[in-house]
Ligand binder design. Sequence first.
Ligand SMILES: *Cc1c(COP(=O)(O)O)cnc(C)c1O
Length: 232
Amino acid sequence: MLLYAVDIKVKRMIAENLKRLTERVGLASKRAGRNPEKIKIVAVTKTATLDMIKQALEAGITDIGENRVQEAQVKFLSLENQGISFTKHLVGHLQTNKVKQAVRLFDLIQSVDTIKLAQEINKQAEKISKYQDILIEVKTSPEVTKSGFKPEEVIEVIKEIEGLKNLNLKGLMTIAPLVDEPQKVRPYFKQLRELLEEINAIRILSMGMTDDFEVAIEEGSNMIRIGRGIFS
Ligand SMILES: *Cc1c(COP(=O)(O)O)cnc(C)c1O
């Protein structure tokens, strides 16, 4: 009985969060003269329980992002065993020794941040005849703690990746610095969009999290990665 009440509460919270999120995505798109249907919401589930993830998927979420391979494996397997299907994203830093597992698990690896990692993903993908979709992670802000390529390296990195036949480069990803005011990250998002415009044939611009997705949308993001805004 008690469990049931908790379930209902979680279900309602997630449904309300998603409703509010969709409204805000709509408004930000409108301000930017963009079509909100072209903006994919990836629910980042690193703090969410299995039940919460299930509720989000039932409420219309189609894409799930995790930042750890091991945890993703456990959660994804459990959901798939219940017959639930969804698109799987890796958004966190990937260690070389986890690549084999990651390539078997994820539809899109968003966090390719070194050439060495790209080469290892290519090698493991080749072994299982997979064409692995990836994004290049770009460090648009000068913070030392962030991983990713420098913006000025990206063109060269793309040339390298073109030689890796089992990689399918889909776009760029960035994580903005933590700031007190989302407007402050606008220049970083703008920079990534301008970089994407220089590069033809790649389409995904993954930028914007709970605190800054509206600015990201205004600056051209078409994939936002939302954790707290859905699950808390
Ligand atoms: C945790 C995380 C998110 C989601 O962050 P929120 O601020 O909770 O929306 C998005 N992207 C990456 C890479 C993350 O690690």
